[in-house]
Design a protein around this ligand. Structure first.
Ligand code: 8Y7
Length: 275
């Protein structure tokens, strides 16, 4: 099977684990909130992320952290488009838009985005169609509930089986909408409606998430689970996050979504050498 992800006119080879670096263009994100609302500052950070070895740069204009308030499509576009327009002509990296809204998907695709990273897995009305028409790759993430309430006592009989079944159902919905398998990435959604024990089970048994050999994205970077295990605040979770990314890569993750790109890239080089 091919290991090329088709992202509009670009492609990403995920045969060995690659890194997606995060930039939040939001006032309230827990790790970098407020810092990148200025498009010039965000541009500098995006280019640094690429230089540190990220193959993908994920731009987010809507905070999806637990308890976050929703924003309008217009607000989201006002945050991300100035960065996207500056960044696109300056980078060959895959540009990803973190959004659930069809209007944002369309406008971001028109501005040169290659990948749609949707924590709602294209469940919003019109999102499947917008993603299909965009030609972009899509990341389908599992989330139980919605960000505002999802961490209130999440409950599963079999978290791994339920997450896998959800992803298989969303994959079928994409296929029915005309999105080819070569455009799809699957993601168990660490921290999205999951307790520490759920997150640990998903990481431990990440291989079982596999659906038809499609690439897997894992996002554990600086999340509350890392805080719970290390007792550290978000800015101090680098070592724990690198360890989690490495474990995920060893258990089949093909794309690691991280804040600390340089540290993760080094860890993956060591892993690649050992095999
Ligand atoms: C994830 C994500 C976030 C993740 C994917 C954070 C937008 C919270 N986490 N997207 N987004 N996977 N695909 O801690 O795990 O960065 S936001």
């Amino acid at each position: 099977m091919s290991t090329l992800l088709r992202c509009g006119g670009r492609s990403l080879d995920w045969a060995s684990p690659t890194v997606m670096g995060v930039i939040n263009v939001t006032p309230d994100s827990f790790s970098d909130g407020g810092r990148y609302l200025d498009p010039e500052q965000a541009l500098a950070r995006a280019l640094a992320i690429e230089a540190e070895g990220a193959a993908i740069i994920d731009l987010g204009g809507e905070s999806t952290r637990p308890g976050a308030a929703p924003v309008t499509a217009q607000e989201e576009l006002q945050r991300v488009l100035p960065l996207l327009e500056r960044l696109r002509p300056r980078t060959r990296a895959i540009l990803s838009i973190d959004t659930s809204k069809p209007e944002v998907m369309r406008a971001a695709a028109a501005a040169g985005t290659d990948l749609i990273n949707d924590v709602y897995a294209l469940r919003a009305p019109g999102a499947l169609e917008a993603a299909a028409e965009s030609g972009c790759a899509v990341c389908l993430m599992h989330m139980r509930g919605e960000p505002r309430t999802m961490q209130r006592a999440p409950c599963y009989a079999d978290v791994v089986g339920e997450v896998r079944a959800f992803l298989a159902e969303r994959l079928d919905a994409c296929r029915a909408a005309g999105i080819a398998d070569a455009r799809i990435v699957l993601d168990p959604g660490f921290g999205f409606g999951k307790s520490l024990e759920h997150n640990l089970a998903l990481l431990r048994r990440l291989r079982e998430i596999d659906v038809d050999g499609l690439p897997i994205l894992a996002g554990l970077s600086r999340k509350a689970s890392i805080g719970a295990l290390t007792g550290k605040s978000p800015g101090e979770r680098v070592y724990g996050s690198v360890a989690a990314a490495l474990i995920a890569a060893q258990r089949g993750a093909n794309i690691l979504r991280v804040h600390d790109v340089a540290a993760t890239v080094d860890a993956l080089k060591v892993l690649a050498a050992v095999g």
